[in-house]
Design a protein. Structure first.
Length: 195
């Protein structure tokens, strides 16, 4: 998906698009929504951006967990690729247990597979829900604020450029005048010597 397409979707469908985007994956659309929340043309509120992203992320991961709970072992038995990835997640789960559940959405490549694999394990559904909710809340706040801060930074940089355009124009005009005078003086001196 292109960034232009995501911007269009956010502009047209706002929080619903954000919910669906974060249900499926989400970092890019959440960053753009945070950025859009800073821009008055999008009419998005940062608080609701965070709420929609939290709800979408939590719902998506809980769905993947329950799909893994009921059909995970059967689906993994069909694919060697899925089995090898699931084995890596199980190894990480043994080493890092709660930390993995809290942080998997921050690591590219783990976001979609981990809740599915965790569902196929013996982790208690309530424990997963609690840790998943905490992780989703932290993730939604961090990525929304990064997008919002980027919007603020970009606005400040653009305002400084716009405010300094007059000074830059005058400097360029002065430099151009000096160059023209230097060329004229050089030509004048060259003609004088030639005579």
């Amino acid at each position: 998906m292109s960034i232009e397409f995501l911007k269009h979707v956010i502009e047209q469908y706002g929080y619903i698009a954000l919910f669906i985007g974060t249900f499926l994956e989400g970092e890019t659309i959440l960053l753009l929504a945070g950025f859009a929340a800073h821009s008055p043309e999008f009419h998005l509120d940062l608080t609701w951006v965070i709420v929609a992203a939290f709800a979408g992320s939590l719902s998506g991961d809980q769905t993947a967990f329950f799909v893994g709970r009921y059909w995970g072992k059967k689906l993994m038995a069909r694919s060697e690729k899925w089995r090898s990835r699931a084995e890596r997640v199980h190894i990480m789960l043994k080493k890092y247990h709660e930390v993995l559940i809290l942080s998997f959405r921050f690591f590219y490549g783990l976001r979609n597979l981990t809740p599915f694999v965790l569902g196929s394990s013996d982790i208690c559904a309530r424990k997963f829900l609690l840790l998943n909710a905490i992780g989703a809340a932290v993730w939604a706040v961090i990525f929304a604020l990064i997008g919002y801060a980027f919007g603020s930074l970009l606005e400040n940089v653009l305002m400084r450029i716009i405010n300094n355009v007059h000074h830059v124009e005058m400097a360029v005009l002065g430099l151009a005048a000096l160059v023209v005078m230097a060329l004229w003086l050089r030509k004048f001196l060259h003609r004088r010597r030639a005579k």
